[in-house]
Design a protein around this ligand. Structure first.
Ligand code: ADP
Ligand code: MG
Length: 202
């Protein structure tokens, strides 16, 4: 993926997150505090403002800046979690005009590790991690980005469905305990939405 494509994908993601703002917020109203859509939209609106400036930056620096924006403007826990992961992807990609598939998958793996180090969530605790780890496993099986990301989207979609069946034991949703059963995790859903945009753009 070259830099132009990366900038285009960030812009498209910002638009799709904005379109899904109410949906994500509704999911978070059921088991959290009803701000996930607002949080994600605020993060991506800040990123969208910076897109033209990204033309002058390396791909790694762009990812790092996206992470910084999330940490700066997002009030909820998803801000530092997603933000730190974007920064780790940026550090892995480095000072380059392109993002290779291998770099992206390595960065994503390290980004997930960072989210887990910060939030202490394992798979099966009804968080974004539940969609990320199955997606990563599919990416690691493929040599070509188009195949890997497509399979990752399918795995993440299934994983999001599965979050309805389990009890939240991390994050705000854990406060409602068993009542979280039947409800889909907002963070797993926002991750799925972002990954789908990426897949459709490749
Ligand atoms: P907050 O919970 O602070 O209101 P958001 O509503 O923006 O923040 O984000 C909620 C989402 O963040 C959850 O649906 C879940 O996917 C994710 N999340 C919350 N806590 C954790 C954690 N400890 N580890 C991983 N993801 C988490
Ligand atoms: Mg919330």
């Amino acid at each position: 993926m070259n830099k132009t494509k990366l900038i285009e994908i960030l812009g498209r993601t910002a638009d799709v997150i904005e379109e899904n703002k109410l949906y994500l917020t509704e999911l978070d109203t059921e088991i959290g505090d009803g701000d996930h859509g607002i949080n994600m939209a605020r993060g991506f609106a800040a990123v969208k403002e910076k897109l033209s400036g990204y033309e002058e930056m390396s791909c790694g620096a762009i990812f790092i800046d996206v992470g910084k924006m999330f940490i700066k403007v997002v009030a909820g826990s998803s801000g530092p979690l997603y933000g730190s992961a974007f920064k780790v992807i940026g550090k892995t990609v480095g000072d380059s005009e392109e993002v290779t598939y291998i770099q992206f998958v390595e960065g994503f793996e390290k980004g997930i590790a960072k989210i887990q180090a910060l939030g202490m969530a394992k798979e099966g605790e009804k968080t974004m991690i539940d969609a990320m780890l199955p997606a990563l496993r599919e990416m690691q099986k493929a040599d070509i980005a188009a195949d890997g990301i497509k399979n990752a989207v399918a795995a993440a979609e299934k994983a999001v469905e599965h979050t309805k069946e389990i009890i939240a034991t991390k994050g705000r949703a854990s406060y409602v305990g068993e009542r979280s059963i039947g409800h889909q995790d907002p963070g797993a859903t926002s991750f799925y939405i972002m990954l789908k945009v990426l897949s459709e753009a490749l």
